[in-house]
Design a protein around this ligand. Structure first.
Ligand code: BTN
Length: 319
């Protein structure tokens, strides 16, 4: 089926006869595969009598070669899958098998994409970015403090460079445009966080997605915001380069050097929020983040910091 897709990816018409000859199958087998492409990969294929078949628009697939030639210097090695359960899960498996770090896992689609707090990350074929960078961290807890916030800040900056000027942050690491999510980040760890561990920086960016009924929260995409199709290979090259630079800075100086910029980018600065941890809830006003990446809340005149992967933030209705 993917062979057929690669013949069609130029977005031009191809006759059933030519496609069948190229694949060594009958015209009716071509027809069947076309139907599978539509139903399984959610692609729109135009079928015009006398002309043949074409995709509604050209398809630009991920390519390790293009990513490498686009990068300003030798980028982190990339491993690309047509389909995988989760790029984070695959990154963890590869680290366990001894793959040398750093490296990046990408997929055209995920069938079990993981979001924060056990949620699913909707991952349609070839539309968005599903990116996991795997790093080895040796410096203990200090190297992990504020790391996910630095990743969020870096993703936001890359979106700004590519024209999504309104992108901002929501603690701890959502990237939003107004109140619509455009990117999400999920860090996963294996090993001893106090000593040597592997960390997977899982990044999902809504890139060219224009419609879906599967996402259960307000969302947008780069294409929805800019009106233009985004080259995902270029996005990967840019993102890896920026992450490499910013993570070096984070390793050397900790989160404190990012604190002021992070607060300027925080869309909910000064807002009244509820901080949710399981069934408990704390209401307060957002003051910013501390030097370790914890959320600073004003609770009736007393400032307190909060941190932890399972926390989530909601705007209070009356804020
Ligand atoms: C969130 O809930 O906001 C975090 C979403 C993280 C999704 C990305 S997509 C690439 C990587 N692989 C996964 O399974 N999840 C992350």
């Amino acid at each position: 089926m993917l062979k057929l897709l690669s013949l069609l990816r130029d977005g031009r018409f191809h006759s059933g006869e030519d496609l069948g000859a190229a694949l060594g199958i009958s015209r009716s087998a071509v027809w069947k595969q076309l139907q599978n492409l539509e139903s399984e990969l959610n692609l729109t294929i135009f079928k015009v009598r006398g002309k043949g078949y074409k995709l509604s628009e050209p398809l630009h697939l991920l390519s390790a070669q293009t990513i490498v030639s686009d990068a300003s210097h030798a980028p982190w090695p990339v491993f690309i899958h047509d389909e995988i359960d989760s790029t984070n899960a695959e990154g963890l498996r590869m680290a366990a098998r001894g793959q040398s770090t750093p490296f990046v896992v990408l997929a055209e689609r995920q069938n079990a994409g993981r979001g924060r707090r056990g949620r699913q990350w909707v991952s349609p074929f070839a539309e968005n970015l599903y990116y996991s960078a795997v790093l080895r961290i040796e410096g203990g807890m200090r190297q992990l403090e504020g790391l996910s916030l630095v990743v969020g800040l870096t993703v936001m900056r890359v979106l700004h460079v590519l024209g999504v000027k309104q992108a901002g942050l929501k603690w701890p690491n959502d990237v939003l445009v107004a109140d619509r999510k455009i990117a999400g980040i999920l860090l996963e760890l294996v090993g001893d966080p106090a000593d040597v561990c592997h960390v997977v920086l899982g990044i999902g960016v809504n890139v060219n997605m224009q419609a879906t009924d599967q996402v259960d929260q307000p969302w947008t995409s780069m294409r929805c915001e800019t009106g233009a199709t985004v080259d995902r290979n270029h996005l990967v090259a840019l993102l890896s380069g920026e992450l490499e630079r910013e993570l070096k800075k984070h390793q050397a100086h900790g989160f404190a050097v990012f604190q002021a910029e992070w607060e300027r980018a925080h869309l909910w600065q000064g807002r009244t929020v509820s901080l949710i941890a399981g069934t408990s809830r704390i209401d307060g006003v957002v003051k910013g983040v501390d030097a370790h990446g914890g959320l600073r809340l004003d609770l009736n005149g007393i400032e307190k910091s909060f941190s932890g992967g399972e926390l989530s933030l909601r705007l209070r209705d009356d804020s």
